[in-house]
Design a protein around this ligand. Structure first.
Ligand SMILES: Nc1ncnc2c1ncn2[C@@H]1O[C@H](COP(=O)(O)OP(=O)(O)OP(=O)(O)O)[C@@H](O)[C@H]1O
Ligand SMILES: [Mg+2]
Length: 322
């Protein structure tokens, strides 16, 4: 004879509202959580991570959890630490896109002609190198500044484009059609000194995952669950990288603010949110609409400001305060 014994609710669910619980408990398949600022997105994602580990759906090392900013990565690490205790130490794949990609790239550096101890160039080093290349190519730096070329190369990398992908039209954007050739020289120089720049961390990994099926299959197997915070700010290279890693199991949960990205900085595209549904058909969309930070007055002003934003998926903000 069995008796119904009330099961105590796990700590990580306490205090969450209904849609947040949905976001935590909908573990299988693609999930897109859309919400405004301060609606508890990071809180829900962190509880989800705790749930996956606590219910033994995955070991911490089998979860890929990426964020755009250091702040969000720190928040997640601290909160998961509080919810799970020491298990967070075993979360090597929780961090910013750049930190996670760098860790991954060190494991496969030789596949792109680097060694595992490659250095990561800062902006000053990058400009110094580009200036040398411009001078060697007899290009007038007053007319064609190194900074402009650096910006262009960065944009190409953010779009997932290697030198081979630069067509005549793109190359035309610098020094009368020499953009592609300079990009190639820059990449050659970096490789020769066993270095890469920030954009390369993602781009090199993208190239490796695309050209080495065994490496891709290994990560697709390893990552039972993929989670992304601040999804609205991901650039194309990051999106393509995520899509490859999650394509096999399709257990991917992206949390995004579709209003913040109207600022469109660093190649961020609201299109990322819209195309998630196309790349992961049948995605469950969950909306968090209760704001825990602002007063109704502030929300009204914010709604007015974002009313002109075309690509939104329809959501309103409300608050219980005041
Ligand atoms: N269900 C809830 N009940 C009460 N407070 C909550 C709830 N969910 C989140 N909070 C609190 O609201 C605040 C904002 O939460 P959180 O940082 O997760 O939101 P966010 O949507 O990620 O914010 P941002 O837009 O800044 O990234 C935090 O102080 C958090 O503790
Ligand atoms: Mg957040």
């Amino acid at each position: 004879m069995t008796q119904d014994i009330p099961v105590p609710e796990p700590g990580y669910l306490r205090g969450l509202n209904a849609p947040q619980r949905d976001a935590v408990l909908t573990t299988e398949g693609p999930v897109l959580v859309l919400a405004g600022a301060g609606t508890g997105k990071t809180a829900a994602l962190t509880a989800r991570l705790a749930h996956l580990v606590a219910t033994r759906r995955a070991w911490p090392s089998e979860i890929l959890a990426v964020t755009f900013t250091n702040k969000a990565a720190r928040e997640m690490r601290e909160r998961v630490g509080r919810l799970l205790g020491e298990a967070v130490e075993g979360m090597p794949w929780l961090g910013t896109f750049h930190a996670v990609a760098a860790r991954m790239l060190r494991r496969h550096a030789e596949l792109v002609g680097l060694t595992p101890s490659f250095t990561i160039l800062d902006t000053d080093d990058q400009l110094r190198l580009l200036k040398q290349l411009l001078s060697a190519a007899d290009i007038d730096e007053k007319r064609w500044p190194a900074r402009q070329l650096a910006g262009l190369i960065d944009r190409w990398k953010n779009r997932g484009m290697t030198p081979a992908d630069i067509d005549a039209g793109e190359g035309e954007l610098f020094a009368n059609g020499r953009g592609g050739e300079l990009y190639q020289q820059y990449q050659d120089r970096l490789r020769a000194v066993n270095a890469c720049d920030f954009g390369d961390l993602l781009l090199h990994m993208l190239v490796i995952l695309r050209t080495h099926r065994d490496v891709l299959a290994d990560y697709q197997q390893r990552f039972r669950y993929v989670m992304v915070d601040e999804y609205q700010d991901t650039n194309s290279a990051q999106y393509l990288w995520l899509r490859l890693l999650a394509q096999e199991r399709k257990n991917i949960c992206c949390v995004g603010d579709d209003d913040q990205s109207i600022y469109s900085w660093r190649g961020a595209e609201v299109a990322n949110i819209l195309r998630f549904d196309r790349d992961f058909p049948g995605a469950v969309v969950i909306k968090l609409e209760q704001n825990y930070r602002s007063t109704p007055h502030i929300l009204a002003a914010a709604s007015g400001l974002i009313a002109h934003n075309g690509g939104r998926l329809g959501k309103t903000l409300w608050t219980e305060e005041g």
